[in-house]
Design a protein around this ligand. Structure first.
Ligand code: DX5
Ligand code: ZN
Length: 222
């Protein structure tokens, strides 16, 4: 069943020189989760942040840290990301040969486990994991950078995953990441999303509370 909408600002679009303040600011502006994009320059063509930065950010907000690992290999780093203060740890289905083992590892660490699907990966890739995971992350851009355009073909995949999650009977969040804005928000919500990542849409212009409120209002215009 679709849940109340959660908005997760991606701090990839924040001012990296003031990251702690930025996390506190989006928390105060009405964010539900803090989305943290971890990139390794190998699985994706960009390098961002590691567990020590997450540890340093942890005191700046009590909101769940929604940590999106775009790294390969991922297994050797799971303990460090868990200990640093992640609440949800999402790994890519494409990032390793042993997705089920990786998910078990995250669960054994006491964290919520998410699986992300690149735009070219079908919904069915996550089907065997629906008995274990807490979240599916649909990438509506190719991962690596903020500020890209929403890939409209992913809307059908969101709908398909909504149906698969509902059929599972489990409380699995369906989150969408990439190119979310006021114009496509209603479509994404109507397709079945429970949570959306919003990088540029939160941080552009500097009015974070207005930006988040505008996304929520747009989602309600179904
Ligand atoms: C892309 C990241 C996204 C990105 C979203 O690889 O996973 O979280 O920061 O940024 P916007 O909302 O600007 O597309
Ligand atoms: Zn992300």
């Amino acid at each position: 069943m679709q849940q109340a909408l959660r908005i997760a600002p991606s701090i990839l679009s924040a001012d990296f020189a003031r990251l702690g303040e930025e996390v506190g600011a989006v928390d105060a502006a009405g964010a539900d989760w803090i989305h943290i994009d971890v990139m390794d320059g190998h699985f994706v063509p960009n390098i961002t942040i590691g567990p020590e930065i997450i540890r340093a950010l942890r005191p700046h907000s009590k909101l769940p840290f929604d940590v999106h690992l775009m790294i390969s290999p991922v297994d050797p780093y799971l303990d460090a990301f868990a200990e640093a203060g992640s609440d949800i740890i999402t790994v890519h289905a494409e990032a390793g040969a042993h997705l089920h083992r990786t998910v078990q590892h995250i669960k054994a660490l006491g964290k919520k486990a998410g699986v992300a699907l690149n735009p070219g990966t079908p919904a069915q890739a996550v089907q065997p994991l629906l008995g274990e995971i807490d979240l599916v992350l649909v990438m509506s851009v190719n991962p690596g950078f903020g500020g890209q355009s929403f890939i409209a073909s992913q809307v059908d995949k969101i709908k398909e995953l909504r149906a698969r999650i509902d059929a599972s009977g489990r409380a699995i969040d369906l989150e969408v990441d990439g190119g979310i804005n006021r114009n496509n928000m209603a479509r994404v919500r109507a397709a079945g999303a429970d949570a959306v990542v919003a990088g540029s849409a939160t941080f552009s212009g500097g009015a974070y509370a207005e930006n988040i409120a505008a996304l929520r209002a747009a989602a309600a215009r179904n």
